[in-house]
Design a protein around this ligand. Structure first.
Ligand code: C5P
Length: 227
């Protein structure tokens, strides 16, 4: 079967990762969650005192950028890759509200983006990949055979995220999650370098009222049409 590149972009907590992961499994493709990479850089900065009360020490972060040891390690049992930062599994730590509050400011930095984009291009050079993020169809793989753009109302997305964090044992308030989702949407779609927007030729999914099974079937059908 012909191997293609599938680029999935969209707002936070639209269910991109869940669907992308399932699709990759079904097609026997590699799945890459690029949000995890921006989150890992943010966690590294937080752990090293380079972010205090939302202020980023950009100069020091840029000096350390190339040396950040960030790797996806495939977990056979779970069936997907987990993020390792400086040799440690940080899959849970990168998904806290604390990291979510700082990640969009880190992701605005042009040098951070160009470093991560070049790693992402390398990962996808042999195709057979499902990659999700904010700029995959516009910047990382503008030539992708299938591009998907996902949206849903901020309230629906905040409820999803809230439940996820509660399930993980985080003590969070719904209002804080909604505020974070809206703030990230704003920064992600208004930044100067590669703002979040629908790529040319992307298929739009508004999944506010669509169940996971239905969304997956639609996405799978779209991919079979181009493979
Ligand atoms: O996908 P996730 O919500 O985990 O992404 C976290 C943040 O990382 C986003 O809000 C965005 O600021 C940034 N991001 C990005 N470009 C990507 C993936 C994520 O700017 N390709």
């Amino acid at each position: 079967m012909n191997k293609i590149t599938i680029a999935i972009d969209g707002f936070s907590s639209t269910g991109k990762s869940t669907l992308a992961k399932e699709l990759a499994k079904k097609l026997e493709y590699v799945y890459v969650d690029t949000g995890a990479m921006y989150r890992a850089v943010t966690l590294h900065a937080m752990q090293n005192g380079l972010i205090e009360n939302g202020d980023i020490d950009r100069e020091s972060l840029l000096k350390e950028l190339d040396g950040i040891d960030m790797k996806f390690v495939f977990n056979q049992e779970l069936g997907f890759a987990e993020m390792f930062l400086n040799g440690e599994n940080v899959e849970k730590d990168i998904r806290t509200l604390g990291v979510s509050k700082n990640v969009s400011q880190v992701a605005e930095i042009k040098e951070v983006r160009s470093r991560l984009v070049s790693l992402q291009k390398e990962m996808g050079k042999d195709k057979g990949i499902v990659m999700d993020g904010r700029d995959i169809g516009t910047v990382v793989f503008p030539e992708a055979e299938l591009k998907i753009f996902m949206t849903a109302s901020p309230e629906k997305r905040a409820v999803r995220r809230y439940k996820e964090l509660l399930d993980r044992g985080e003590d969070v308030k719904y209002e804080d999650i909604l505020e974070n989702v809206q703030k990230r949407d704003y920064i992600d779609s208004h930044r100067e370098t590669s703002p979040l927007k629908k790529a040319e030729g992307a298929v739009e999914f508004d999944n506010s009222d669509m169940g996971l099974v239905q969304q997956f079937e639609r996405m799978y059908e779209h991919s079979l049409r181009v493979i």
